[in-house]
Design a protein around this ligand. Structure first.
Ligand code: TYM
Length: 330
């Protein structure tokens, strides 16, 4: 029996992935490879929905791809590609756009958040229709699961709605993909304001994996906690400490309950030191692997191109079925 599929994507909108990306999504990407036929991609077309610099984007796309490989996403096991090299994404997005209600698109909270940041009226139509492109990204590969962080849940719901609507109107083409959200790390929080999610748009509280290890250590040691001195998991009353516990547990494999026992009667200092140690330890190896891959862009670009060829062979089949049902001349 053939393996069922997994698909996910990440935007190349920063010079480095951050710890929220890693723990919320990318670690699952790596783990799922053993059991599933995985498709992972760099969402460069999503990155142009806001203002950007073309050369910076090109560079970040390569750096993002190299980071995936350095994390353990394997081109032997999985199909790893760059979205703009697979034109079927935009082609399917158009068909799905024509099935999406204007009000339905307006309800996407990420659009509301992002467009609010840029000031009223400055948001592009691309940013508005972005979740429809995301639905196309997913449905082209007919995946069973989509490993993502909590902030993507609403986009997955839209994807399922659009798949069901297409099937209902034109005949069965799509399965309904399910989000795969690891609860313990679904929302890693900002280190300076733990009521917010960690995000590249708030760099002071964000741990970038390619940052200087000294900077990573400093950010962790100055993470906002609370006025108690008890290392206890309580997301509501102690979001900062709980966030650090989630991070340490994810990196070390030690359960949160065990960590609470181990730190009983201790202050926050030694606790933060251990969190910093495990993250820095990881970051050093990760940076080394990423830099090695980036040293040979020719080889990297070849790998990217062969990822696109593999992805297209699947994407074309789905688009073909969609065009047939949609009434386009074949
Ligand atoms: P992006 O690039 O913002 O984030 C990539 C992945 O990281 C997760 N994530 C987090 N998880 C936990 N805590 C956090 N603080 C945190 N911040 C980010 C995100 O949930 C995501 O899984 N729209 C997507 C990219 C995309 C996509 C797709 C994803 C485009 N097409 C198709 C899945 C399927 C995005 O902007 O993710």
């Amino acid at each position: 029996m053939s393996k069922s599929r997994v698909l996910s994507g990440i935007q190349p909108t920063a010079d480095s992935f951050h710890l929220g990306n890693q723990l919320g999504a990318l670690n699952s990407w790596v783990d799922l490879q053993a059991e599933y036929d995985c498709f992972y991609f760099i969402a460069d077309q999503h990155a142009i929905t806001v203002e950007y610099d073309p050369e910076v984007l090109r560079n970040r796309t390569r750096v993002s791809y190299a980071q995936l490989l350095a994390l353990g996403v394997s081109p032997e096991q999985s199909t790893i590609f760059v979205q703009s090299q697979v034109p079927e994404h935009s082609q399917l997005a158009w068909v799905l756009s024509c099935l999406t209600g204007y009000g339905e698109a307006s309800r996407m909270t990420q659009f509301k958040d992002k467009s609010a940041k840029g000031g009223a009226g400055s948001a592009s139509v691309g940013l508005f229709t972005y979740p429809i492109l995301q639905a196309a990204d997913i449905l082209l590969y007919q995946p069973e699961f989509v490993p993502v962080g909590e902030d993507q849940r609403q986009h997955l719901e839209l994807t399922r709605d659009l798949a069901g609507r297409f099937n209902g109107r034109f005949g069965e083409v799509f399965g309904l993909p399910k989000p795969l959200i690891v609860k313990a790390t679904a929302k890693i929080r900002d280190l300076q304001d733990p009521t917010k999610k960690m995000s590249k748009s708030l760099p002071t509280g964000c741990l970038f994996l390619l940052d200087d290890p000294k900077k990573i250590e400093k950010k962790i040691k100055s993470a906002v906690t609370d006025s108690e001195t008890v290392v206890r998991f309580d997301e509501e009353n102690k979001p900062g400490v709980s966030n650090l516990l989630s991070i340490l547990s994810a990196y070390s494999g030690e359960s949160i309950a065990d960590l609470e026992v181990r730190y009983e009667g201790q202050m926050y200092g030694p606790f933060k030191t251990e969190v910093a140690e495990v993250v820095v330890d990881f970051a050093k190896g990760f940076q080394e692997r990423t830099n090695e891959l980036l040293a040979d862009t020719g080889a990297l670009d070849q790998q990217i191109a062969s990822g696109a060829t593999k992805a297209r062979s699947v994407a074309q089949q789905t688009l073909d079925a969609v065009y047939e049902k949609s009434g386009f001349l074949r």
